[in-house]
Design a protein. Structure first.
Length: 152
């Protein structure tokens, strides 16, 4: 029987399995995410989209409104998305900015996620590892969080 992921809203077959410690998702959605990561780790051609994939999945699975780790995670991943998409810089420069920003993570507040996401990991996992995969970038542009970022 299909179930809807509590984080991103994607529909997956029901299954048992692990989930992230504080980013709320269904076990099937987490399994799809880890499958996508495995494909990215095994392909040099996909390294350029890896951070986009991780950051987007994280903001699409914001976790509990009361969990400080979840609130800080969304804020930091959203900031990295902004750096990668709105103000591109080298990976070393992005990491330096993120290290500085993370020193202020205690000041981050919860952001209300959009009601729906146009594109989720469910839409791209089946092409994981294929030459046509541009998973992270496709996932990011459909995430709805960029709209939130520009409105802030």
């Amino acid at each position: 029987m299909p179930t809807r992921c509590v984080g991103c809203g994607a529909v997956f077959p029901d299954m048992e399995g692990p989930t992230h410690a504080y980013m709320q998702s269904s076990p099937a959605c987490f399994a799809a995410f880890t499958r996508l990561l495995a494909a990215e780790y095994s392909s040099a051609a996909l390294r350029s989209v890896h951070r986009l994939t991780v950051d987007t999945w994280a903001v699409q699975h914001p976790g509990s409104v009361e969990d400080r780790r979840a609130i800080q995670s969304v804020g930091l991943h959203l900031a990295r998305l902004m750096l990668q998409l709105e103000r591109p810089r080298s990976p070393m420069q992005t990491n330096a900015v993120m290290l500085d920003f993370s020193r202020r993570k205690g000041t981050l507040r919860r952001l209300a996620p959009p009601e729906t996401f146009r594109v989720t990991v469910a839409d791209i996992v089946d092409c994981a590892g294929s030459s046509s995969e541009n998973g992270g970038a496709k996932l990011v542009h459909g995430s709805g969080w960029i709209v939130l970022l520009r409105a802030a």
